[in-house]
Design a protein around this ligand. Structure first.
Ligand SMILES: C[S@@+](CC[C@H](N)C(=O)[O-])C[C@H]1O[C@@H](n2cnc3c(N)ncnc32)[C@H](O)[C@@H]1O
Length: 277
């Protein structure tokens, strides 16, 4: 593996696009960059670097292949079932007792919006019930502007909706040609902003976004990063959560060693944790 060349490529991307992938695991960088060889007619990291330096368009392609913004609605369906059946009702009960009526949720690394909109759809069902009188603040952040814009538009292909129940599809989407257009009532529930979880100097979303959360989703993001960077991300996730707030990770992710005693696992079958120290 040409480690030095891989990092030259990564630093070149950083200097031109302002996004730093050097904290990604080396193997992921290697595999992802290699994927571009075929499309650029190059055969090794040296040749690819030369190509990249002379092709602004390729910078965007490389960014896309590294950002890995694949997602779909209700990914890991069981997690969303638990959200509906257990987590949201528990939060609502607690808030009632505390005389509060505001629920704050953050989807960190939201890609094209499939995840925060899935949460919004579940919350909408609660909001529609007469006995519930509360407000939802749902924030979605990513460092990929293209994904954020897709999220704001709320237009999806059928593949994004493969986990959706017919009733929900029918209620909140309109089919047009090959696309499914999300209804405005769901779209307006989610606020999208740029936020780089790793860059300490990243432009922050407004203060209101960065704390006091009842639930934080950070799924299928940590998995790409080295342990030191995971630690940095965990610091941010931990600090942004309320005491007893829920942290929801991707299926292949887990709490890092430094935070082992700061969270307890909600159950054995989903990566849902409760901030508990
Ligand atoms: C595989 S997608 C996961 C999307 C969604 N959370 C899910 O599980 O379906 C990973 C997303 O994390 C974003 N991402 C990766 N590193 C990031 C960082 N440092 N700051 C913000 N977003 C990041 C990528 O742009 C991408 O949209």
């Amino acid at each position: 593996m040409d480690k030095q060349k891989i990092y030259e490529i990564v630093y070149f991307l950083k200097s031109t696009k302002g996004i730093d992938f050097s904290g990604y695991r080396l193997q992921i960088l290697e595999r992802r960059i290699q994927k571009r060889f075929y499309y650029t007619n190059t055969e090794n990291f040296n040749e690819y670097y030369e190509y990249l330096r002379n092709s602004p368009a390729e910078l965007n392609n490389l960014f896309d292949v590294l950002a890995l913004n694949v997602s779909h609605f209700f990914r890991n369906a069981l997690t969303f079932e638990l959200l509906r059946k257990k987590i949201i009702p528990e939060i609502l009960n607690k808030k009632k007792i505390q005389n509060e009526n505001n629920i704050r949720i953050w989807s960190a690394g939201c890609a094209n919006g499939d995840e925060p909109y899935s949460v919004a759809i579940i919350c909408k069902e609660f909001l529609d019930r007469k006995e519930n009188n509360f407000q939802i603040n749902l924030f979605a952040t990513d460092f990929d502007e293209k994904s954020l814009n897709k999220g704001r538009k709320g237009i999806y292909k059928a593949s994004s909706l493969r986990n959706i129940k017919y009733g929900i599809l029918n209620k909140y989407f309109v089919a047009e040609d090959d696309n499914f257009i999300l209804s405005d009532e769901i779209k307006k529930m989610v606020r999208f902003s740029f936020f780089d979880l790793v860059n300490k100097h990243s432009r922050f979303p407004s203060e209101s976004i960065y704390g006091g959360f009842d639930i934080v989703f950070c799924r299928n993001v940590l998995i790409y990063y080295d342990i030191e960077i995971q630690k940095l991300i965990f610091d941010r996730l931990y600090n942004s959560l309320n005491q007893n707030g829920y942290l929801i990770l991707g299926e292949a992710e887990t709490i890092i060693k430094d935070y082992k005693y700061s969270f307890r696992r909600e159950n054995n079958y989903c990566k849902i944790y409760v901030k508990s120290d």
